[in-house]
Design a protein around this ligand. Structure first.
Ligand SMILES: Nc1nc2c(c(=O)[nH]1)N[C@H]1C(S)=C(S)[C@@H](COP(=O)(O)O)O[C@H]1N2
Ligand SMILES: [Mo]
Length: 198
């Protein structure tokens, strides 16, 4: 009895402080999409990065695979109040993306997706090992319903910022609202200060 008790307390200790305010922990992996899941063939896939001056740099799938990938283990937090701990991804960091760009990036980014979804992010939230383009989940290619072939992963912000089926990153000189941000969601979306709506 004492051993069971200690184990329980130990687990709670480890998870204490891990849940942002107003969130509950889930053990499954909900799918939240405003649009039907698009089918994006790898031969057609590309990631385009566009500067505010309309310069474009593009990676095909095979070129993207050659960029250094890293493993990310992280908690994720949806604004609809579920959080999932210890999710495991592989992806290319924004630090790597920016280093590969032939021109300097402007301070804000609009992520554009197949299907039309958009979300805005500040570059400062993406660099320093805090933002990735993920193409693998739990050791497998990223499933289509979770954004495969590739999605944004910005886990320190509410998960609506982690755009699925991303196809274009458009840099901007000023912060402009994306899809949910135009419909009342917060421009920044920090779960720890409950930046749900603006
Ligand atoms: N393209 C696209 N990306 C999206 C969304 C969406 O509707 N379309 N929903 C966002 C929201 S609100 C969440 S919580 C996560 C859900 O990701 P999941 O379906 O892999 O759990 O994707 C985000 N990225
Ligand atoms: Mo969400």
């Amino acid at each position: 009895m004492a051993i069971v008790n200690r184990g329980f307390v130990g687990r709670r200790d480890r998870d204490a402080g891990r849940l942002p305010p107003g969130q509950y922990r889930t053990f499954d992996f909900p799918v939240l999409s405003a649009e039907p899941t698009p089918t994006v063939g790898l031969e057609k896939w590309s990631l385009a990065v566009q500067s505010a001056q309309h310069r474009i740099h593009k990676w095909s799938w095979s070129q993207f695979q050659e960029l250094p990938h890293e493993e990310i283990v992280t908690d994720i937090h949806c604004v609809t109040r579920w959080s999932k701990f210890e999710t495991r991804w592989r992806g290319v960091s924004f630090d790597t993306i920016l280093a590969a760009l032939p021109w300097p990036a402007e301070p804000y980014v609009m992520a554009h997706c197949h299907g039309g979804y958009t979300t805005n992010l500040a570059l400062t939230d993406l660099v320093g090992g805090r933002g990735w383009i993920a193409d693998s989940y739990d050791g497998e290619p990223l499933p289509a319903e979770h954004g495969g072939p590739a999605r944004l992963l910005v886990p320190h912000l509410y998960f609506w910022k982690s755009a699925k089926w991303v196809c274009r990153l458009r840099f901007m000189s000023s912060d402009t609202p994306g899809f949910w941000e135009s419909n009342g969601y917060h421009m920044h979306g920090d779960p720890w200060s409950e930046q749900r709506y603006s």
